[in-house]
Design a protein around this ligand. Structure first.
Ligand SMILES: [Zn+2]
Length: 529
C-alpha cells in the first residue's frame, strides 16, 4: 500500500466511533505496536531508572524575563520510578540539585536523603523522616496520576480498559491523535505514528498559578524491546509556555514484571484526611508612617504604601489565593483609599505567583521595562481550569514600565523605584526606597533565613550607586531588620558559601558560583548616580 493510500485509509478509519466495550482501533494499533494487546494487558509492573534535568520554575526563574535568557536547570542525578500497573500504584525516588547558585545548601548540593513520593489509587503519600509515611494533598495525587500515565505502555494499557473512552480520533501530519478519558477522570491526548502505530507523544493540561492553563507534552523516543514490550529510552517534556523543555529523562535501565516492593498505602495513611490548603490569613504590621509589612505564614511578604488618595502594594507573591488575601488586607488596613497598583520587584515566578490575581483586580502592574513582554504574555493566557482569578475575571493588562528610576510622590508619600544593579540573580529588577523613613524595600536582596549568599556586594552596591541613606531593610522574604544586622548577616552567609566552595573543591567537585566572587568589580569603574 502506498503511503498516500494508507493515509486515506487511516483518515477513513478515524471517523469510525469507538464501539461498545471494544477498545478503539487506534488504541489496539498502539498496543499491537508495543508488543500486542495481550502482552500489554498482562504487564504487571514497570520500573524505570535514569537521570535527568528539569527547567527551574518552568522557565520563570532566569536572569531576565526574555525568552532568550539561558534556562536554569535543576539536575536530577538519580531517578527511579516503579509503577505497579496491576494495582495502579507508583513510587518515584529521586535526588535533585540546582545547577546554579541559590540560598540553601541542600538545594545547591542535593539533600542527604532522596525524595520518595508514592501514589496508591487516589492516595498520594511521601516518605518522611524515620521512614514514616505522610499523606500528601489531592493536588499531588492528581499530578502523580498523570505522572504514572506518562509512559506509553502504562497509558495504552489504561486506555484498553473497557471503562476508558477514546474520542476525536484524527490525523495530524504523520500522526494519529486521539483524546483518552480514563474512568478515573484523567484526560490526555495520545499521538501514535500513523505508519508504525508506536506512541509518539502524550499531552495533558493542568492549572498553573503563574500561567493559568498550561499544556505539557512528553515525547517518547528511542524505543527498545524489554521482555516483549517496546519502551522509549528518552522522555522529553515541553510546556506550552515559550516551548520550554520542562523535563528531560534519560533512561538507564527498564525492568518489566520484576519482583517489586508492596507500594500500597499504609492503613493509617489511607485513613488520614488529605491535607487541605490552609486559608491564608496575613497580618499588617506598621513599619513607618504610611508603610505596612503584610505578612504571615501562607506566603511571602508584600509592602503597603499609603499615598494621599490611593494605595500601592510592593509584590504580588507566592500564589493567587495568598495575593488575594494580601489585597483584601491592604484595603482593610486603609479603608477609604483605593488600591490602584502593585510594584513587582522581579519576574521570578515565586515573586509573581499572585500576578494573575492582581491583574484580575484591575491593578496597574509597575515593573521593570524588560519584563513587560512577559507580563503581556501572562495576561493573554487563558485560565479555564479553576480556580484561576484572571480566567474568572479577564481584564486588559495595565502596565507601567520603569527604566532606571521612577518616583511615586504626592503630599502624603514618596517612594523611589530604582533599577537594581550589581545583581547576578535578577537583571530586570526594581527595589523601592522610602526617603522619609530611610527604608530599603526589596525582593531577593537578602533573607535572614538564607544559608548561603552569592550576590557579592549587591546590597551595599545599590545603596552606594544611588547615594541612599538606609536605616532599615523591609524584605519580601524574612522580617524587617536594621541595615547593620543585614550587612553583618550577608557577610556570614557569604562566608558560608565560601566554606562550601572550599569543601566541594577539596572533594574534586567543581560547582557553579565557586569560588565566591567578592568584592564585586561592578562599581569600580561606574560612577554613582
Ligand atoms: Zn528571585
Amino acid at each position: 500500500m502506498t503511503r498516500a493510500l494508507l493515509a486515506i485509509v487511516l483518515a477513513a478509519s478515524a471517523v469510525l466511533p469507538a464501539r461498545g466495550q471494544q477498545p478503539a482501533a487506534m488504541i489496539t494499533r498502539a498496543a499491537d505496536a508495543l508488543g500486542g494487546v495481550a502482552r500489554i494487558r498482562a504487564i504487571r509492573n514497570i520500573t524505570v531508572a535514569g537521570y535527568g534535568e528539569q527547567a527551574y520554575m518552568n522557565g520563570g526563574g532566569n536572569i531576565s524575563a526574555s525568552p532568550d535568557a539561558p534556562q536554569k536547570w535543576v539536575s536530577v542525578p538519580e531517578y527511579e520510578k516503579t509503577i505497579d500497573v496491576e494495582h495502579m500504584r507508583m513510587r518515584v525516588r529521586q535526588r535533585n540539585h540546582q545547577n546554579f547558585v541559590f540560598a540553601g545548601a541542600a538545594g545547591y548540593l542535593g539533600a542527604p536523603n532522596a525524595a520518595v513520593a508514592y501514589l496508591d489509587g487516589n492516595v498520594a503519600f511521601n516518605a518522611a523522616q524515620n521512614n514514616r509515611m505522610v499523606r500528601a494533598n489531592d493536588q499531588a495525587a492528581r499530578a502523580r496520576r498523570i505522572d504514572m500515565l506518562n509512559n506509553p505502555a502504562v497509558l495504552v494499557r489504561a486506555a484498553l480498559d473497557p471503562a476508558s473512552r477514546v474520542g476525536n480520533v484524527r490525523t495530524q501530519g504523520g500522526l494519529q491523535l486521539g483524546d483518552i478519558t480514563l474512568a478515573t477522570g484523567e484526560s490526555l491526548t495520545l499521538a501514535i505514528d500513523s505508519v508504525s502505530g508506536v506512541p509518539a507523544w502524550v499531552r495533558w493540561m493542568t492549572h498553573d498559578e503563574n500561567l493559568g492553563d498550561v499544556t505539557f507534552r512528553t515525547s517518547f523516543t528511542g524505543y527498545l524491546p524489554v521482555k516483549g514490550v517496546l519502551l522509549p529510552m528518552g522522555y522529553n517534556t515541553v510546556i506550552d509556555f515559550r516551548s520550554v523543555v520542562q523535563n528531560k529523562l534519560y533512561v538507564d535501565k527498564y525492568g518489566v514484571d520484576e519482583t517489586i516492593d508492596d507500594l500500597s498505602a499504609p492503613a493509617d495513611v489511607r485513613a488520614a484526611v488529605a491535607p487541605a490548603p490552609r486559608a491564608p490569613s496575613p497580618e499588617a504590621t506598621p513599619v513607618a508612617k504610611g508603610v505596612w509589612l503584610l505578612h504571615g505564614n501562607g506566603g511571602a511578604n508584600s509592602i503597603l504604601f499609603e499615598f494621599a488618595d490611593h494605595l500601592t502594594m510592593f509584590e504580588a507573591p507566592s500564589n493567587q489565593a495568598w495575593t488575594q488575601a494580601l489585597i483584601r488586607l491592604a484595603r482593610s488596613t486603609v479603608p477609604g483609599k483605593p488600591l490602584t497598583e502593585v510594584v513587582v520587584s522581579h519576574h521570578h515566578f515565586d515573586h509573581t505567583g499572585g500576578i494573575r490575581a492582581a491583574m484580575a483586580e484591575g491593578l496597574t502592574i509597575v515593573a521593570h521595562k524588560g519584563t513587560e513582554p512577559l507580563f503581556r504574555e501572562i495576561a493573554a493566557r487563558r485560565g479555564t481550569i479553576a480556580p484561576d482569578a484572571l480566567g474568572a475575571a479577564p481584564k486588559p493588562l495595565k502596565f507601567r514600565a520603569v527604566d532606571d528610576h521612577l518616583q511615586l510622590k504626592d503630599a502624603a508619600m514618596q517612594v523611589d523605584l530604582y533599577h537594581v544593579v550589581s545583581s547576578s540573580h535578577m537583571a530586570e529588577a526594581l527595589f523601592a526606597y522610602v526617603p522619609a523613613a530611610k527604608l530599603f524595600v526589596e525582593g531577593d536582596f537578602f533573607d535572614v533565613g538564607w544559608e548561603l549568599y552569592w550576590w557579592q556586594k549587591m546590597y551595599a552596591d545599590n545603596i552606594a550607586y544611588r547615594r541612599l541613606q538606609v536605616d532599615t531593610d523591609v524584605p519580601v522574604h524574612g522580617r524587617v531588620l536594621p541595615l547593620a544586622d543585614v550587612l553583618r548577616d550577608i557577610e556570614r552567609q557569604t562566608k558560608a558559601a565560601a566554606d562550601l566552595c572550599a569543601r566541594t573543591a577539596a572533594a574534586g567537585l567543581f560547582t557553579p558560583g565557586c569560588p565566591v566572587k567578592t568584592p564585586s568589580p561592578i562599581l569600580q569603574d561606574t560612577p554613582s548616580r
